[in-house]
Design a protein around this ligand. Structure first.
Ligand SMILES: Cc1ncc(COP(=O)(O)O)c(C=O)c1O
Length: 371
């Protein structure tokens, strides 16, 4: 079995072929440029390997949340065009120019500061103007877009290469919210076209937008979650030709038989009710395995309960049904083992959150092994 030779006690196996397939599926589905969203360490999947893989699979752009993430990618030799989706401090403008990183702009006063910085330092900054069509987060209002872009296009030292917006509820296709956002954005694009001021790259769709709103593809789509083969939500699931890329593995590091009435782990929230076989797995809340009840794991291809308090580096599993389980055996927390499967969605449901949070929080100390 893959990973049996792994020296690690807890690690993530990332199937880069799956991610490359998902990039190609997005290209096939949309017939547009694809901006791969690689923020937060590629949604926990390990950004360097993922960035190389998506570039090889034909992604046209990538996006990150912060300038530091973009600079780290440049340092690793990634030469795809990169857009920083979030806010950038004015003192970082020379670095953005030097490393050819495009920035989001969404505030006239901040943009004025950028212009002053560019005047001092020289060079030319590439920007994408962000419009708030109903996300209620970053962005100029649609009615401000034409005047702002017309002004910005006349400023020396700035190239307005893109225009974008972001959907708040694209994963809920029964609602009117996203069509309303699309309408506002399209009207702005039309006003810009009429004034001959439309930027080269107009983009709006996240993963759910791609699946539910083909009328909003514009020049490029901007998927994150489903690039990794994960569902945007229960209502918006990936098509069958997308596949998940991540398997979260750990190992049994101890197996013992306990007598009845033995308290297991901190606070003894679990006590053996009979002779019980209990294993220890090398995963804990410091790996961002949630310190909650109801976790499950796969051992020897079967689902087992995690019992007792999750500790910082270890947790306990109930192994009565698995007399064959041995120290060193692989344990799966997300992914397949033989015929059994735990999805990121299932873990998210146990943790009362979204699959996004589950994967984005996977701790840095878990090695990412590309398979
Ligand atoms: C501005 C922006 N675009 C695109 C994405 C990708 O969205 P998703 O992961 O839902 O595909 C995100 C992620 O939150 C985002 O913030």
């Amino acid at each position: 079995m893959m990973g049996e030779s792994s020296p690690y006690t807890s690690w993530l196996e990332i199937n880069l072929n799956a991610i490359q397939n998902n990039v190609r599926q997005f290209k096939r589905l949309t017939n547009k440029a694809v901006m791969a969203v690689l923020k937060a360490n590629a949604y926990g999947h390990g950004v360097t390997g993922v960035a190389r893989a998506v570039a090889e699979a034909g992604a046209d752009w990538c996006a990150v949340a912060r300038l530091e993430e973009a600079l780290a990618l440049r340092k690793k030799g990634i030469n795809l065009p990169i857009l920083v989706l979030g806010y950038t401090q004015v003192e970082c403008i020379p670095a953005a120019i030097e490393h050819d990183i495009s920035l989001a702009v969404f505030d006239a006063a901040v943009t004025q500061q950028y212009l002053e910085k560019i005047q001092q330092h020289g060079g030319r900054l590439k920007v994408h103007v962000k419009i708030d069509t109903g996300m209620g987060r970053l962005g100029l209002f649609p009615q401000e877009g034409l005047d702002f872009i017309s002004w910005l296009q006349q400023q020396p030292g700035i190239e307005v290469e893109g225009l974008f917006t972001h959907f708040a509820r694209a994963d809920e296709p029964a609602l009117i919210t996203t069509p309303q956002q699309i309408k506002l954005f399209k009207e702005l694009v039309q006003r810009l076209e009429a004034a001959n001021r439309r930027p080269r790259w107009v983009h709006a769709c996240n993963s759910a937008g791609v699946f539910n709103y083909p009328e909003a593809y514009f020049d490029m789509v901007r998927p994150g979650i489903s690039l990794y083969g994960l569902n945007p939500s229960a209502e918006t699931q990936i098509p069958s030709d997308f596949s998940p890329a991540l398997t979260w593995k750990t190992r049994l590091v101890s197996v013992k038989n306990y007598p009845p009435g033995y308290g297991i782990s901190y606070s003894h929230i679990y006590t053996t009710s009979a002779n019980e076989r209990i294993g220890v797995i090398a995963i804990g809340y410091a790996d961002n395995y949630r310190r909650t009840n109801g976790n499950i794991a796969l051992v020897a291809g079967k689902r087992v309960n995690v019992v007792g308090r999750v500790c910082m580096d270890q947790s306990m599993v109930q192994l009565d049904r698995l007399p064959e389980a041995r120290v060193g055996d692989e344990v799966v927390l997300i992914g397949h083992q033989a015929d059994a499967f735990i999805s990121a969605d299932e873990v998210a449901a146990i943790w009362k959150t979204a699959n996004y949070e589950v994967v984005a929080n996977l701790a840095d100390r878990l090695p990412r092994i590309y398979v």
